[in-house]
Every structure is written in structure tokens, then in C-alpha cells.
Design a protein around this ligand. Structure first.
Ligand SMILES: Nc1nc2c(ncn2[C@@H]2O[C@H](COP(=O)(O)OP(=O)(O)O)[C@@H](O)[C@H]2O)c(=O)[nH]1
Ligand SMILES: [Mg+2]
Ligand SMILES: [Zn+2]
Length: 299
């Protein structure tokens, strides 16, 4: 039987089986040695084969489509995998109260791009925004070239619930966003009971009792999961080389091979296709600002 890992507690895993049942399984001894580089061999989101022996045992971990890790990209020794087979990263921000933190959004986008996971932006509190047309147009100009969907919503309207049902349907979504932007409201509109449960879990995290974050998948609707990972909120800058950073700015990628230097950082180098693209208004100056800020933080 196959199923999906939704939670790990010590060396026990909760598996949602294809037939809808949830079982608790452990890892067959041999499997523990696979992926020995990772600190955790099986993670939430993994699809696994399980067998009922005396108890349920995970016999195979199916190949992963992608994985979100906490440690350095490229530094696979000792990486901590947070989740596997994530379909989309959903980054929630509010248009006002609090105003969007573009730097935070850009860091999340870099992370999503580095994991090769599609990224969706949700901007809430459209109802409280005075010059909504202007603001939303500006944000679309900023982000349409580097995301897979942008939504502007008033989460308090019932219609936003049905919109987001279609966004989250049949997917594993990583939900992220700063405090107060509407994450709980959004989850409530999909599944009110769940929003309460997640709130309680987050409280526990915030008390700092857990040192390693073991994420949990929450089933918001049938076959639709969200992962609310405390550590992911910050999407700290990863340990990547300076010249690699632009590879994770999606709208810069088409220009990279035209820079004179293959390890161009698009700052001081001569004949830089990225800088030309900015001059020609093909790349948004705010994204370049953000790029420069992140580059500084890498050093
Ligand atoms: N007017 C308005 N208020 C919203 C909207 N979305 C969320 N809120 C309110 O913003 C506050 C924070 O929302 P919450 O879901 O708790 O944010 P979280 O910290 O990201 O989980 C709550 O009082 C919500 O009712 C929106 O689209 N419009
Ligand atoms: Mg909340
Ligand atoms: Zn360049």
C-alpha cells in the first residue's frame, strides 16, 4: 500500500493511506541508512510504501519531486529536510496593516525558486486599501515575471473561500507570511476547525520547546494539505555563492548567459546583461534593489 507521510513524532510516522485510513508506521531498519546525509530520512510530504507486519512498516520511500531544506543549498552534508513533494509555496502578505514587506516576499521567492517549487502571492485586506487599483497594478508589475499567480483579496468575503478552495485543491502547499497578514483567516475560510488546531500548534512552537522543527501536514480539504512550518517563516538566506543568487531571481535568468563573466554578480562587472536589462526596464528596479540587499547579506 502507498500513502503520504503527514507527521513524524520521534521515529514514528503518521501515514495517510491511499484508501483514506491513517496509520502509524516505523521505518524498516535498512531504510534508515538511505539518504544518510540528511538528518531525517523520511519527511512530511513523502510518498511511501508500507506493509502491515506485526505493525505497520515503511518499506520504500518513493522518489521525491522536490524538497524544502533548512540548511545550505549545495551543502548536502547534514541538511535538514523540512518537507518533500511540495506543489506550491503560498506567500501571504497584507496590502495594509501591516504593509507588504517586499524584502520578505523576495526572500521567500528566492527560496521557492531554489527548491524549484511554484510560488503564489496572496495579498489580503484589499478592502482596507485606499488606492487599490494603483497599488495592485504596481504589485503586478513587480511580481508577474517571477511568480505563478497573484491574488488580491478581502478574506472577510465568503467568495474568497471558494477562490482559495480552487487554489489549494489537490495540492500540498507551503503557507508562509508574517504575523497579522491573514493566514489563520485564510485557513479558516477553507476549514474552520483546522485553523484552531494550527493556532494551538503554532503557540507550542513559539514557546520554543522544540529545537528541531518537524513540520506537520494539515489536511485542509480532501487530498489537499498545507504545511505551516515555523522555521520557514523567516526563510533565512541560504548559504549560496554570491554569483548564484541571480539564478533564483526568475526574471533575471534569461539574461544570465549574456553576461561577459559566467560568475557575474551584476554589480561592478563590465558587459552585464542583467544591468542592461534593468536600464531597458525589462527587470524591475525594486527587484534589483532587493537582489543587492540579499547579496550584501550573503557576504
Ligand atoms: N478587513 C480585512 N481584515 C482582514 C483580512 N484578512 C485578515 N483580516 C484580519 O486581520 C487580522 C489578522 O488576521 P490573522 O488571520 O489572524 O493573521 P495571521 O497572523 O497571519 O494568522 C484579523 O483580525 C483578521 O480578521 C482582509 O482581507 N480584510
Ligand atoms: Mg495566525
Ligand atoms: Zn551580470
Amino acid at each position: 500500500m502507498t500513502g503520504r507521510v503527514t507527521k513524524s513524532v520521534g521515529s514514528t510516522y503518521l501515514i495517510k493511506l491511499d484508501d483514506g485510513n491513517v496509520v502509524s508506521a516505523s521505518l524498516r531498519g535498512k531504510l534508515r541508512l538511505i539518504e544518510s546525509k540528511a538528518t531525517n530520512p523520511v519527511v512530511v510530504g513523502d510518498f511511501v510504501d508500507v506493509e502491515k507486519q506485526d505493525e505497520w512498516v515503511i518499506t520504500t520511500i518513493l522518489p521525491r519531486r522536490n524538497k524544502m531544506t533548512r540548511s545550505a543549498i549545495g551543502n548536502e552534508n547534514n541538511e535538514h529536510v523540512l518537507a518533500a513533494n511540495v506543489d506550491q509555496v503560498v506567500i501571504v502578505s497584507s496590502l495594509v496593516k501591516p504593509a507588504p514587506k517586499f524584502n520578505f516576499i523576495d526572500r521567500c521567492l528566492v527560496a521557492a525558486q531554489s527548491y524549484r517549487i511554484p510560488a503564489i502571492l496572496v495579498f489580503t485586506k484589499s478592502d482596507l486599501t485606499e488606492n487599490f487599483e494603483e497599488v495592485s497594478t504596481g504589485i503586478r508589475e513587480l511580481y508577474s515575471g517571477c511568480t505563478d499567480g497573484i491574488y488580491f483579496e478581502n478574506l472577510l468575503l465568503p467568495s474568497s473561500g471558494s477562490l482559495f478552495k480552487s487554489v489549494f485543491q489537490n495540492k500540498l502547499s507551503s503557507l508562509t507570511g508574517l504575523s497579522g497578514v491573514g493566514k489563520t483567516t485564510l485557513i479558516s475560510s477553507l476549514n474552520a476547525d483546522l485553523a484552531l488546531r494550527i493556532g494551538k500548534t503554532s503557540e507550542k512552537w513559539n514557546q520554543g520547546k522544540h529545537t528541531t522543527s518537524n513540520a506537520e501536514l494539515f489536511e485542509v480539504m480532501e487530498n489537499s494539505f498545507i504545511i505551516d512550518t515555523p522555521g520557514l517563516r523567516e526563510f533565512g538566506l541560504m548559504n549560496i555563492d554570491a554569483y548564484e543568487l541571480s539564478h533564483f531571481f526568475r526574471e533575471m535568468v534569461p539574461y544570465l548567459e549574456d553576461c561577459k563573466f559566467s560568475k557575474c554578480t551584476h554589480t561592478h562587472e563590465p558587459i552585464c546583461a542583467v544591468k542592461s536589462a534593468i536600464e531597458n526596464k525589462l527587470i524591475h528596479p525594486m527587484r534589483y534593489e532587493s537582489y543587492l540587499q540579499m547579496l550584501k547579506d550573503l557576504k
